[in-house]
Design a protein around this ligand. Structure first.
Ligand code: FAD
Ligand code: SF4
Length: 483
């Protein structure tokens, strides 16, 4: 497979005459692109019929005021449009880039229902917030006076960062703990840079740091502190650790070198995007260049892996999925993109064994057929006897999704209650776990979900935590008076 030159990353921080000339051409290009973007945003926004039944807003987990900011954009009132979209979201430009809009706002646009194609809501949202950053309209966070109470947030993904921002703005001291060396969670190390540019995530993190939020990087709860130690230190805690236990494939040869986990592969690629040295990429283990790649799975993680492999210059990229196209969990839009980029989908197929002695050399697979619906209502795949086939492979990426890690064991807290899926059990009214003052949000409560839902949870939890801390402060004041 030839590497598409349009997919190449231009070097950062270089300075030489050819680069300067390219930069000047780039400036001209940027100006044209910008004029085109403004025109497109206004054109799309003016397509909104202001129907009065904003299904788009009700199907957006944040209930963004979509028709209102579309109207403002159509009228050229971009700053007001930005302020309105920012009122309900801590990361509008990120959601605009990576929400599966076809399943959320855009999929419920009445213009889509009438067969004329949805207003491209996500692109407009991205455009107005990017414009706000460029024009300095994104204000710093101005915390209220210090309340003398402190909050600990475990996990710097979208759920944790949203709560951190909203609690800091309310005047709390906020500490964020994360086992990675950079904040952002899956925004930073899961989702590839071609879908979500990393500087877009980092400028959000910088804004939080500038507001006085204290980040503790490479700090793993369970290794560097127990949950109880953090409870002693803070007046309230949030657990927003996401789900990271990869679902396994049970087949002979799965342990062979060259069979790798999706997240290891994506983290290595994202680290390269930051300019880090990544030994497992440098020695070829996690680099798809020149290889026949087989990705096993049919969700969005699998789509990110196949599209990353294309960009790394793989010789061929195949995606093996046990159901058919109509029954895959990943976004259809992502599948279309992957197909356009040359990925071959091998539907209704599952791996049975991995060939190779020192290193993986191929995948032996069987065709599947869809049987009766299972408990989830989806038709269960079952092997079609006698349909075995083989695919050459030098790199196999397992992308079957993620489950929750065993947090009670990891955190050394057996009284932290979990569901039968290992996700944290919370009281849905208070958003607290079984431990007083310990809240939870995002994927660790919902199971693998979406960024926009993590932001929504982070927003809701901040409200509940604020109420809890106000009550705690009042009780402490009463006790003091009584004493
Ligand atoms: C490859 C991939 C692609 C995706 N693409 C999309 C997409 O395009 N659109 C979309 O909407 N959603 C997408 N998702 C889903 C989305 O990323 C998640 O739903 C979202 O990030 C969940 O947010 P969170 O804050 O709950 O957790 P996370 O983003 O997972 O963040 C959790 C953080 O907790 C930290 N942590 C975990 N355990 C500990 C510990 N013991 N101590 C300290 N820190 C800890 C982790 O290092 C991490 O930084 C994707 C997911 C994956 C895996
Ligand atoms: S946050 Fe997501 S669902 Fe909501 S308007 Fe933006 S793109 Fe649509």
């Amino acid at each position: 497979m030839a590497k598409d030159p349009m997919l190449k990353f231009v070097g950062v921080g270089q300075d030489y005459p050819a680069k300067r000339a390219a930069d000047e051409r780039n400036d001209d290009f940027q100006e044209i692109a910008r004029a085109y973007a403004i025109e497109k945003a206004e054109e799309q926004s003016s397509r909104c019929s202001q129907c009065g039944v904003p299904y788009c807003s009700t199907h957006c987990p944040l209930h963004n005021h979509i028709p209102d900011w579309l109207r403002l954009t159509a009228e050229g009132r971009l700053r007001e449009a930005y302020e309105l979209s920012n009122a309900t979201s801590t990361m509008p430009e990120i959601c605009g880039r990576i929400c599966p809009q076809d399943r959320l706002c855009e999929g419920n646009c009445v213009i889509e229902f009438s067969g004329h194609g949805a207003v491209t809501i996500g692109s407009v949202e991205k455009f107005i917030t990017d414009t706000a950053w460029e024009n300095g309209w994104v204000e710093p966070i101005r915390p209220l006076p210090d309340r003398g109470q402190s909050v600990g947030v475990i996990g710097a993904g979208p759920a944790g960062l949203t709560t951190a921002e909203l609690m800091r703005a309310r005047g709390y001291e906020v500490h964020v703990y994360d086992r990675h060396d950079r904040a952002g969670g899956l925004l930073t190390y899961g989702i590839p840079g071609f879908k979500l540019e990393k500087h877009v995530v980092m400028r959000r993190v910088d804004r939080l740091r500038d507001a006085g939020i204290i980040f503790h990087h490479e700090f793993e709860i369970g290794r560097d502190a127990t949950l109880d130690e953090l409870r002693e230190k803070h007046d309230a805690l949030l657990i927003a650790t996401g789900v990271y236990k990869p679902r396994a494939i049970k087949a002979p040869g799965v342990g062979a070198p060259g069979v790798v986990d999706a997240l290891d592969y994506l983290i290595a690629s994202n680290r390269k995007g930051f300019g880090d040295t990544v030994p497992a990429f440098e020695d070829g283990t996690l680099d798809a260049a020149g290889k026949n790649v087989v990705v096993v799975g049919g969700g969005d993680t699998a789509m990110d892996c196949v599209r990353t492999a294309v960009r790394q210059g793989a010789a061929s990229v195949k995606c093996l999925y046990r159901r058919d196209r109509a029954n895959m969990p990943g976004s259809q839009r992502e599948v279309n993109h992957a197909e356009e980029e040359g990925v071959e989908f091998v539907w209704l197929s599952a791996p049975e064994a991995f060939d190779g002695t020192d290193k993986v050399a191929g995948v032996r697979a069987a065709k599947m057929r869809l049987g009766q619906p299972d408990a989830s209502g989806r038709r269960a795949p079952e092997p079609d006897p006698g349909s075995e086939f083989r695919l050459d492979a030098d790199l196999v990426i397992k992308a079957l999704g993620f489950d929750a890690e065993d947090l009670p064991k990891l955190f050394g807290t057996s009284d932290l209650s979990v569901t039968r899926w290992g996700t944290l059990r919370v009281d849905h009214k208070t958003m607290q776990t079984s431990l007083d003052g310990v809240f939870a949000a995002g994927d660790i409560v919902r199971g693998a979900s979406l960024v926009v839902w993590a932001i929504r949870d982070g927003r809701d939890v901040a409200e509940r935590m604020h109420a809890y801390l106000k009550a705690k402060a009042k009780a402490a004041a009463r006790e003091k008076v009584a004493a």
